[in-house]
Design a protein. Structure first.
Length: 338
């Protein structure tokens, strides 16, 4: 090899080594997500790259969530912040206005190709006291920090969130598996636009995630067949996307806003709906007191069940979405299938 050839080879080796070192030094994108089921979808896309952060943990409700100092620290370093919509997570309304300039805000309700449904109306679904926020604690078992300042801030965030939901779209988009697949692909594209060096890995992860969701859907379709068409009542109207996809039929919802204790008038309306429709089950949610459901079914043949649109009792991670959807399916079939 000539002296020039040796020099060129050494130079090429040095450049390749520099590129490899640079690639190793580049950290994975910092991603923070609001709620567990969406966190699971993002985690599927980021598997083997990084673990996204999660804000709303445990049995906390996104309707009344307040940021902790550790959350603010995580958001300060985030490259991407993922939420569903201002109406689903009202606390993100002001948060979105104060994010660092480097942080990209991703609102999943704006994902291309989503199947969107309008909020349901009519006495069976509209609580007349909606907007009367006099008793947030009555419905929620786990809120212990409602001093005046915090309660006022949450109240303002809640109202602001509904102002941003002027089109009346139901925000529980993740409960339709087809929407979940669209979200996975959108998240992968978004992250790849920020980190082209990770595009191949992100695309491969997204393809695997879509295949898993499709397999889950194929599993749930026959499992729910015995429950299809049988009326039921839910604690709050969070399951329309699941119902629409799987041919289910909710006869009504106790409340639109789970943070507001339903009035005696509202409970009377729901009891009338229960009797008129012959609903077999009334479903509570684990974040909220089951006493309300017990009151609704008292003296009727209806059974009490539990549904959870967030999977609060399931550990966060890439498998959480599948476990949550199976749990909803199991609760419905056990209560309605007989």
């Amino acid at each position: 090899m000539t002296r020039y050839g040796l020099f060129a080879a050494l130079l090429a080796t040095a450049i390749l080594s520099m590129h490899a070192a640079y690639a190793e030094e580049r950290t994975a994108p910092e991603v923070v997500v609001t709620i567990k089921p969406v966190h699971a979808l993002v985690a599927m896309v980021m598997e083997g790259i990084a673990i996204p952060g999660l804000l709303v943990e445990g049995k906390a409700s996104p309707h009344s969530f307040s940021l902790r100092p550790s959350d603010a620290h995580a958001l300060a370093g985030a490259d991407v912040f993922v939420r569903v919509s201002p109406s689903v997570e009202p606390f993100t309304v002001r948060l979105a206005e104060t994010l660092p300039s480097k942080t990209k805000l991703v609102t999943l309700a704006e994902t291309p190709g989503l199947h969107l449904l309008k909020l349901r109306t009519g006495t069976a679904f509209e609580a007349h006291e909606h907007g009367d926020h006099g008793d947030h604690e009555g419905a929620h078992e786990h809120s212990k920090d409602h001093d005046g300042a915090v309660a006022e801030k949450r109240e303002e965030d809640h109202e602001h969130g509904h102002e941003h939901d002027a089109d009346g779209v139901d925000g529980h988009i993740w409960l339709d598996p087809d929407n979940a697949k669209a979200i996975v692909l959108h998240v992968a594209d978004t992250l790849a636009s920020l980190r082209p060096d990770l595009k191949e890995k992100l695309d491969a992860n997204a393809a695997r995630a879509v295949a898993k969701i499709a397999a889950l859907d194929a599993e749930l379709q026959p499992a729910l067949s015995a429950a299809k068409g049988k009326p039921f009542i839910v604690f709050h109207d969070a399951y329309q996307y699941f119902e629409s996809h799987y041919g289910m039929r909710a006869a009504g919802a106790i409340t639109l806003n789970p943070e507001v204790k339903p009035s005696a008038r509202r409970l009377s309306e729901i009891r009338a709906t229960l009797k008129a429709t012959g609903a077999r089950c009334v479903f509570a949610e684990p974040q909220f007191s089951p006493r309300i459901v017990a009151t609704v079914i008292e003296g009727t043949a209806a059974k009490a069940g539990t549904l959870d649109p967030l999977g609060v009792d399931i550990a966060p991670g890439p498998g959480q979405y599948e476990q949550m959807m199976r749990a909803i399916s199991k609760s419905m079939t056990e209560c309605l299938g007989g």
